[in-house]
Design a protein around this ligand. Structure first.
Ligand SMILES: *Cc1c(COP(=O)(O)O)cnc(C)c1O
Length: 726
């Protein structure tokens, strides 16, 4: 097909549209725009870490004009802009049909972190990833949605490993000019400035916004010259500093976030607290009503009706608790506006309201200040009811008003390009073969991957054969191994020993590849596998059935036990018998996550049950045909059906932690050698592992549409945001 060159005016418009496109994260979950940005500067795309705004920044306007004189490229860009505008303007969405009220009175979703993409590294882990996937799905479904968070100028730390194999942290400053965010402006066109009271000071802040398809997420930024240096640094780092930094960050998020929405004229119908960090928003909503004349009791009761709360962890450290003095220090100028004295204020965050020694807990405030609350898996719902029954002394555990909605992932964001290309091709073949059935295949692929009908097709060998699936898996493993070789070369871990290894021969493209990548919180027990080191080493080095392990993950800067786990694993990877079978990839992030969940054959998850409230990385593995091998905790307890992956141990756990660690490492080992390895290596005469592939099919058909944020956001919407009357 040939296309006409564009006129000067058309070129100008196209370039403006390309810039507009780069400032909307929609491109992060759509393949075609990524291909165009990469075509514009292949090295830039790679070196600037897949950042469309930075790539455009690298190109002069002149170059862009000249390049777009290539009619094929110009046509491609026009086509993408057409898709983008159709997406942005569609009135025919699930949200329009099922929750029209949320278009007038949207959801305001407060989260201390959002992890959208490797380009915007301001999340510490799964909580932020989930928040971002929630926002993207709210956009896809067409639900009125605003997110509120903080703009951490140094984001989350970057990990490097020193000569003692100890994690060290470094920080690099983000430059908003070359990020896919924009300044939030006031009506006069200059940056909007708001303020909050913190202790005896006033802290000013401005804001940035990320366009997330049709949704918007605001990031509060206290780095203003007018502020005290210590206040400027409140938005320096994710969960940085001590408890006093933490509480002040939370005032900015909760109180500042409500003020920002008001300054922008946004009137939410529901405030969703994603974790307790945001719970101070209940105070600000109450203050507003009191300022208009309501009593505290009435104002508080009304506020409660506007708020919902999601708790994300049974781990103690995940629930912020502040000493009474710290709470009082930070909020004593604020309390009088609520008509509360010190004790009245503290009571809002206490289980026993008159216990002077009880700290102020953000989870307690959030539970008291919301009309509904939920955990993030069925088991976590149960655990949370048990944990917080103390707040509802007249209710039995089962009656405690905490439900559950199991987490998901935003499939289009996590699916690797290779996988998209594969499924797209299969769908096209099927539609060419069956031209009568056009309704299904005409619709947008990025939408379709969220529907059960799509994944159910994979059960059918006529749609995709065992051979094709195995070739697909091989392709993904090959890409991961080449990615790891590049990273290992950069890390240079092994060169320092004078023990030169040819990096292009590291890792075995035929070996069963087991991945483990997540935060190195100790309850996740990264080194559990190596409790039985000798046996694992023997099994892994079996020349006929080799096994290799790839690890990645960051420990919290103050978590020395987590850092010891990292040290341990890197040490084994360098000096032990397993050195050719065990690898640690530094500086875990969203990009590494996407490589690993796609290229590994098996995704290992061995938390101390029931502490993994949900977990989401295994759901990202699902959509690539990487099988889960996991303790029956969080989501996997609901997902596992005996044929779609592997379970470690039963649906129960011993009470004692020591006993649990012992039993789990034994179950892990036994399942690995009796089920995982034999199934993977049981090949038929043509070399195909039929039973393995049957598990992969089952994994696609039973898990991919279920553990998906489309399903999750629909449940939040119909269950919590806009419950149907009657
Ligand atoms: C998905 C993801 C997580 C969450 O992983 P879990 O296994 O749920 O702990 C954490 N960090 C990154 C970068 C992720 O992509």
């Amino acid at each position: 097909m040939s296309h006409q060159p564009l006129s000067a005016a058309e070129l100008t418009e196209l370039i403006a549209n390309l810039h507009r496109l780069s400032r909307n994260l929609w491109w992060t979950w759509n393949q075609k725009p990524q291909e165009v940005f990469s075509e514009l500067s292949p090295r830039g795309w790679q070196n600037l870490y897949h950042n469309a705004v930075a790539v455009l920044h690298e190109l002069s306007d002149y170059e862009l004009r000249m390049r777009l004189q290539d009619p094929d490229l110009a046509f491609k860009v026009q086509d993408i802009i057409k898709d983008f505008d159709a997406y942005m303007n569609s009135q025919n969405t699930w949200g329009h049909r099922n929750a029209p009220a949320l278009h007038e009175k949207p959801v305001a979703y407060f989260s201390a972190e959002f992890g959208f993409h490797e380009t915007l590294p301001v999340a510490a882990g799964g909580l932020g990833i989930l928040a971002a996937d929630h926002a993207k799905s709210a956009s896809d479904l067409g639900i009125g949605f605003y997110g509120i968070s903080l703009f951490y100028r140094e984001g989350y730390f970057q990990q490097s490993i020193n000569h003692e194999n100890w994690q060290t942290e470094y920080y690099s400053k983000l430059d908003p000019k070359i990020l896919p965010i924009e300044p939030v402006l006031g009506t006069d066109g200059s940056p909007l400035v708001c303020s909050v009271r913190v202790a005896s000071s006033v802290v000013k802040f401005k804001a940035w916004k990320a366009n997330v398809g049709r949704a918007t997420v605001f990031f509060i930024d206290a780095d203003m010259p007018e502020n005290d240096p210590s206040h400027r640094d409140l938005t320096l780092r994710v969960y940085g500093g001590d408890n006093s930094t933490r509480i002040m960050q939370e005032v900015l998020l909760g109180v500042g976030g409500v003020q920002l929405l008001r300054a922008l004229g946004i009137e939410p119908g529901v405030f969703h607290m994603n974790e307790g960090h945001a719970a101070f928003l209940t105070l600000e909503l109450t203050r507003e009503k009191i300022a208009k004349g309501a009593s505290f009791e009435d104002a508080w009761a009304q506020t409660t009706q506007e708020c919902i709360f999601t708790t994300h962890t049974p781990v103690e450290a995940g629930h912020d608790r502040f000493t009474p003095d710290l709470l009082d220090y930070v909020l004593n100028r604020y309390a009088p506006d609520l008509g509360l004295d010190r004790e009245g204020m503290l009571a809002l965050g206490r289980v026993k309201t008159d216990d002077e020694n009880e700290p102020f807990c953000m989870t307690v405030l959030a539970l008291k200040g919301s009309r509904a609350a939920n955990g993030v898996s069925e088991l976590h719902g149960q655990i949370s009811r048990d944990m917080w029954q103390c707040m509802f002394p007249d209710k039995s555990v089962d009656e405690v008003p905490i439900g559950h909605i199991t987490n998901g992932v935003h499939v289009a964001s996590w699916m690797k390009g290779t996988a998209r290309a594969f499924w797209r091709k299969k769908l096209k073949e099927a539609s060419d073969a069956d031209a009568g059935d056009t309704t299904f295949f005409k619709v947008d692929w990025e939408q379709e991957v969220n529907q059960p009908e799509f994944w159910e097709k994979i059960a059918d060998p006529a749609f995709v054969s065992d051979e094709e699936l195995w070739a697909f898996r091989y392709h993904l493993r090959r890409e991961l191994i080449e990615f790891c070789r590049r990273r290992l070369l950069i890390q240079g871990q092994r060169v320092t020993q004078g023990d030169y290894i040819n990096f292009d021969h590291m890792l075995n493209p035929d070996a069963l590849t087991i991945g483990f990548a997540r935060r190195f919180a100790t309850y996740k027990r990264a080194p559990l596998m190596f409790e039985r080191f000798e046996e694992i080493a023997r099994v892994a080095k079996d020349a006929d059935c080799p096994v290799q392990f790839i690890f990645a993950g960051k420990a919290h800067p103050r978590d020395d036990n987590g850092k010891r786990f990292i040290q341990n694993i890197i040490h084994l990877s360098k000096y032990s018998e397993l050195k050719d079978n065990l690898f640690f990839i530094e500086n875990y992030d969203v990009h590494i996550a996407r490589q690993m969940v796609s290229g590994c054959d098996v995704w290992l998850n061995n938390p101390r049950r029931p502490l993994e409230a949900s977990g989401t990385s295994g759901m990202k593995a699902v959509v690539h045909g990487c099988l889960n091998f996991s303790i029956l905790d969080g989501w996997w307890r609901e997902g596992y059906n005996g044929e779609n992956g592997f379970a470690i141990g039963p649906d129960s756990h011993p009470d004692s932690v020591e006993e649990q660690d012992r039993v789990d490492s034994e179950n892990l080992y036994n399942t690995l050698v009796k089920e995982v390895i034999p199934t993977f290596y049981n090949r038929d005469a043509t070399g195909i592992p039929r039973a393995w592939i049957s598990r992969i099919r089952n994994n696609f058909t039973t898990l991919a549409a279920q553990f998906n944020t489309w399903r999750m956001v629909q449940e939040y919407t119909t269950g919590y945001y806009a419950p149907k009357k009657g």
